[in-house]
Design a protein around this ligand. Structure first.
Ligand code: FES
Length: 163
């Protein structure tokens, strides 16, 4: 079910706006807040947010599509986002991606049939010093290798997102 701008969400959004000198400065925090609700932001949500912030829809859409952290379709319980930018690439992110494709039986952009995992290859996550890096939902896993990746997958399959 797509995101709905409920009264409850509206009240929460007003509080977020109040933290900023200008209402439109809350655009990214509000997109993040919306994504927390359902794991993705549907088209209607972008429209509702533009109305709420009193800014053009094109600006909301532009920001929401520029950043890879925003999902526009439903994703699995765990969204595995492997950085494929230069530092991570040099440190072996391609082989990690290959391992994930093999172990999960899906390609980038797909979700496992049980709805547990979505796999994505993304641009720099801003943690290049700890390459290779994978983001799982909000959390970063750094200096990954195949053994760490396998151990992490096992935890996730049991519903545990390590701290
Ligand atoms: S290149 Fe991967 S985090 Fe920057």
């Amino acid at each position: 079910m797509p995101f709905k701008f409920t009264e409850e969400f509206r009240a929460r959004a007003e509080k977020i706006c109040a933290r900023y000198p200008r209402r439109d400065a809350a655009l990214i925090p509000l997109l993040l807040e919306m994504q927390k609700e359902k794991g993705y932001i549907a088209e209607e949500g972008l429209d509702a947010l533009a109305l709420f912030l009193q800014i053009p829809y094109s600006r909301v859409k532009g920001v929401a599509t520029f950043y890879t952290m925003f999902n526009h379709e439903p994703v699995g319980k765990y969204h595995l986002q492997v950085c494929r930018n230069i530092s991570c690439h040099m440190a072996g992110s391609e082989s990690l991606l290959g391992r994930l494709r093999g172990r999960l039986g899906i390609a980038e952009g797909e979700t496992t049939r049980d709805g547990l995992f979505t796999l994505s290859a993304v641009e720099c996550l801003g943690a290049c010093g700890a390459a290779p890096v994978m983001q799982v939902n909000e959390k970063y896993f750094e200096n990954l290798d195949e053994a760490k990746l396998d151990a992490l997958l096992e935890e996730l399959k049991h519903g545990r997102l390590p701290h």
